[in-house]
Design a protein around this ligand. Sequence first.
Ligand code: EPU
Length: 433
Amino acid sequence: MLRIQGGTPLVGTVEVRGAKNLVPKAMVAAVLGEAPSRLWGVPAIRDVDIVTDLLELHGVSVRPGEAGELVLDPSNVERAAVADIDAHAGVSRIPVLFCGPLLHRLGHAFIPDLGGCRIGDRPIDFHLDALRQFGAIVDKRADGLHLTAPERLRGTRLELPYPSVGATEQVLLTAVRAEGVTELRNAAIEPEIVDLICVLQKMGAIISVHTDRVIRITGVDRLGGFSHRALPDRLEAASWASAALATGGDITVRGARQVDLMTFLNVYRQVGGEFEVGEEAIRFWHPGTDLRAVPLETGVHPGFQTDWQQPLVVALTQASGLSIVHETVYENRFGFTGALRDMGAHIQLYADCLGGTPCRFGQRNFQHSAVISGPTKLQAADLDIPDLRGGFSYVIAALAAQGTSTVRGIELISRGYEDFLTKLTALGALIES
Ligand code: EPU
């Protein structure tokens, strides 16, 4: 639990390390190799701890090197006891990505019930359909998924119903060592996926990315290790940018890269936020004048990333006029706005696809569009963190509000934000834990 005294602009410098949505996946990729791998830029977050535990259960040695470095040795991959894996049920979505690597190495994989943020139903049907097409046998039992590959997995032609990040990663991690060519259509092409492709290419994989979301993978018999520095966390960078805007502050984010944040930067500028791109950092600040409301639609890359949405919505409560935000990636990512309303924000949710193109969730009664009317002064409140990005948004809202708020459930934030309390304190936030 935190007690946060609002009203102080956040000012100073923070540093982002490797991306939460790449690092754990690169760690899983190491299982495919027959030599040790070295990964730099590893943040100290819980998702990394969970994957480390799962790798160690499967005989992979995971040793820390210098700060932010991991050395992963998969020489002795072995089956893990179902009960030991099951102890990690319900805490993360990464375990599902072990399927392909374990099937290649051991012919068998057990995947416990998944966790992750409750921002929608988050099924894994695309993953399982793809694995079946590669020739895996999927047995759904009460304790989780048991997968077997009686023969070597075979390359295949696949088309995803939606460009899912996780399902694209599943296909990449499986196809690289399958027999023959895999063609994936309607693939996700987020920067973290391109970085995973770089990791796999360093290991010896043959992967080509074509126009129109087509990826072709030519399977190889053996893969080696990799040495790789993870791309910086563009989602964390945007969270700090939104924190600067919402609190009237000025934050320099070391490690933030313009190329990964282009779409975010355009919206930031439209809202009235100022930024300056430097060699190794981007500085984000509030202009000192009124912010402007914007229409906004989240989408798959190169669209406006859904994970940028929640922190920015807090800043939009301080903008003049009506902002319309249409969330098209998750059907249920506006749960956090209830608490903002309690703090005085004017936010209405709608089941219609407002202000943009119709999406998969229209006509299905999901409250996936929000209209935010601002500016409104936020008042302190008692807040219970619902999910990772929603949690960070509550912290920003509490920092922007008048009075002292209590925020509970901060362990959810440490799943994806390294040292966030130290960083907040360095920026001048008045916080007691
Ligand atoms: N979907 C299906 N079936 C599937 C897979 C996905 O219907 O088999 C749907 C999902 O329900 C969702 C949409 O497809 O509506 C997109 O899901 P996707 O598979 O792309 O998401 P993910 O791989 O589960 C990753 C990140 C998320 C990020 C999304 C979108 C990780 C660990 N998580 O999730 O990050 O929002 O991609 O870019 O990489 C976060 O960091 O806070 C976070 C939630």
